[in-house]
Ligand binder design. Structure first.
Ligand code: AMP
Length: 217
């Protein structure tokens, strides 16, 4: 099974993709994570991508399409992917359709995790991750069980993304509405779009997503 998670930045795509991947044997493909890894490596492409990400804008279609194209050829992709943060433009969606056809794969459906803009700033500015294992937390919605200590690996250092600040969040929301929201009709037209209310608790969103995935197996 291959599916796309759509929805605004901070809407829960990454959190939910992580929760679904083990249960369904799928691999989360987050272009944001891949670009942050490229930025951390200090490569030329990574440095250029970091400047764009820090400004809350979208990295070029050419770069993200090439990253995904290469990643899809790796052997762990056989059981399927959860695309998280890709595609983000119509050109990327069309490239994904062509790539999947060329590789003999099928995109089963896209799910919109719908969250209105006024929830997003609080969600994004409160989030942080474990510096060692990457487990995600939130000041208000998902504190570690023991204060200051990661539930998953016990590490005590946490990090925040440089683009998780109010000004950049507003730019990212603008990019979402202008460039990514038009993908909703792209998938809807072919009867491949499903909707989940992303304002619910994390566990309730997961339950709805699982029900959707189970109904299509
Ligand atoms: P995310 O982790 O999905 O919130 O992505 C963080 C940032 O990475 C975005 O604000 C963009 O600058 C960049 N990015 C991630 N995925 C894409 C994509 N598919 N196309 C263009 N830029 C992307």
């Amino acid at each position: 099974m291959n599916l796309v998670l759509l929805g605004p930045p901070g809407g829960g795509k990454g959190t939910q993709a992580k929760r679904l991947q083990d249960k369904y044997g799928l691999v989360q493909l987050s272009t944001g994570d891949m670009l942050r890894a490229a930025a951390a490596s200090g490569s030329d492409v990574g440095k250029r991508a970091k400047a764009v990400m820090d400004a809350g804008q979208l990295v070029s279609d050419e770069i993200v399409i090439a990253i995904i194209d290469e990643r899809l050829d790796q052997p762990d992709m056989a059981s399927g992917a959860i695309f998280d943060g890709f595609p983000r433009t119509l050109a990327q969606a069309e490239a994904l359709d062509a790539m999947m056809a060329r590789k003999g794969k099928k995109l089963d459906f896209a799910i919109e995790i719908r969250v209105p803009d006024d929830y997003i700033v609080e969600r994004i500015t409160g989030r942080f991750t474990c510096g060692k294992c990457g487990a995600g937390y939130h000041e208000k919605f998902q504190q570690p069980k023991v204060a200051g200590q990661c539930d998953s690996c016990g590490a005590t250092a946490f990090v925040r993304r440089p683009d998780d600040n109010v000004e950049t969040v507003n730019k990212r929301l603008e990019a979402y509405h202008a460039q990514t929201a038009p993908l909703l009709p792209h998938y809807d037209k072919r009867g491949a779009l499903k909707l989940v209310d992303g304002t619910m608790d994390i566990a309730d969103v997961t339950r709805e997503l699982e029900a959707l995935l189970d109904s299509t197996r």
